[in-house]
Design a protein around this ligand. Structure first.
Ligand SMILES: Cc1ncc(COP(=O)(O)O)c(C=O)c1O
Length: 394
């Protein structure tokens, strides 16, 4: 007999990540001796840069790994503030920058601080799925607004105005976005901020892929207004996913509220990661990271050139990140099934559109260029074989 499981009903609207099932199946196949081309995982394949590891090793040897202040080491907050000054000529006061357990931790702190039960948060479909689940966990409700290739899968002020709902507390955007890599142009971001602030809502911009942009200058949304809440992380450009360290910029009133929540939820961001991250901005680290960025650009070029000849449609080259969100409707009617069959038949792991929302999800897949070019080429060859074999469901 099934035992009583008194779980919260909040879980009902939290869907699993299909890519985790794909990853788990890929690992099983690997353990059975199959070779898998991994294009499903959304994290850089490179090791943490050596200067960052060295800083961590030194701190570890010294042994004092204690709690830091709840919003992180002052020295690291200062270093982040200097990054904005150097890169975007932006003055960010220490009272407006806090560290967190990844961008994920920052989102939790901010949404816990902002949301009343039932408050609405608008975001795009497709979009990074965890964001909407975090909103739900904190009692908010999400309105996912369908966006397609016409707006490069990003929200605009016009689209937001058409879809505005009463009770909207916040709008969440990502630029560059996951799964598309599309950047919201500066002027469009200005128009969005104008609309959101006029409506008395908060604009939250996830800039976790900042630094990974190709042939296009990126900007920080806080250049438009210090009232825009910005989320960032050491995970992607800095290649430190497992260190679990992110940061956020917020007006003082919100930062103070987030600090109170951080003191209770996390006590402090990971200490060793913070000491390591102090070296993330050093010139020698940035040189390593820029070389990696060039490699990502080459991988994206390779995939963007080859995928259309296999029948995938792309809405241009991505501005940033390391993903390609490809329309596969000419190849299959159900992208989840397509991904599952591609993995089983050819050992190529990619992510189905359904992980990023429901709009046109059956017709899209995401390729993560997080493996070396020889592997990407092998993946393309296998996809060609798979399509030629007719094994895929049309
Ligand atoms: C758009 C976006 N935001 C946030 C995150 C979470 O990142 P972190 O590792 O900093 O928690 C991810 C991770 O893939 C992401 O793609």
């Amino acid at each position: 007999m099934e035992s009583h499981r008194p779980l919260s009903s909040r879980l009902d609207s939290i869907s699993p990540f299909h890519v985790m099932d794909i990853l788990a199946r890929a690992k099983t196949l690997e353990s059975e001796g199959r070779h898998i081309v991994h294009m499903e995982v959304g994290e850089p394949d490179f090791p943490t840069p050596e200067p960052v590891r060295k800083a961590a090793a030194d701190k570890l040897a010294e042994g004092h790994i204690h709690y830091t202040p709840a919003l992180g080491l002052t020295s690291l907050r200062e270093r982040i503030s200097r990054y904005y000054k150097d890169r975007f000529s932006l003055e960010i006061s220490l009272d407006c920058v806090g560290l967190s357990t990844g961008a994920s931790g920052a989102l939790q702190l901010l949404l816990a601080a902002l949301l009343e039960p039932g408050d609405r948060v608008l975001m795009s479909d497709p979009g990074y799925p965890c964001n909407r689940h975090i909103v739900t966990l904190f009692g908010g409700s999400t309105s996912l607004i369908a966006v397609g290739a016409e707006s490069r899968f990003q929200l605009t002020a016009e689209i937001l105005a058409k879809n505005w709902r009463s009770g909207t507390k916040a709008v969440m955007l990502a630029s560059p976005a996951n799964p598309t890599g599309a950047i919201i142009p500066y002027q469009s971001m200005q128009e969005i901020y104008q609309l959101v602030s006029t409506q008395g809502a908060v604009l939250i911009v996830d800039e976790i892929y900042q630094g990974l942009t190709y042939g296009i200058e990126d900007y920080c949304a806080a250049e438009i207004s210090p009232d825009i809440v910005v989320i960032n992380s050491f995970s992607k450009y800095f290649g430190m996913t497992g260190w679990r360290l992110g940061w956020f910029l917020a007006p003082e009133w919100l930062l103070a509220a987030a600090e109170k929540i951080a003191q209770n939820l996390f006590l402090a961001p990971p200490t060793l990661a913070q000491y390591a991250a102090l070296s993330a901005f050093h010139t020698e680290t940035i040189e390593i990271l820029e070389a990696r960025k060039n490699e990502f650009a080459q991988r994206l070029d390779l995939m963007a050139t080859e995928l259309p000849s296999l029948g995938f449609e792309l809405a241009g080259k991505p501005d940033g990140a390391f993903y390609l969100y490809a329309d596969c409707h000419r190849l299959c009617g159900n992208s989840l099934q397509f991904c599952q069959q591609l993995l089983e038949h050819e050992g190529v792991a990619i992510t189905p559109g359904i992980d990023f929302g429901s709009y046109q999800a059956d017709a899209f897949v995401r390729f993560a260029c997080t493996t070396e070019q020889s592997q990407l080429r092998l993946g393309l060859k296998r996809i060609k074989q798979f399509l030629a074999s007719g094994a895929h469901a049309v």
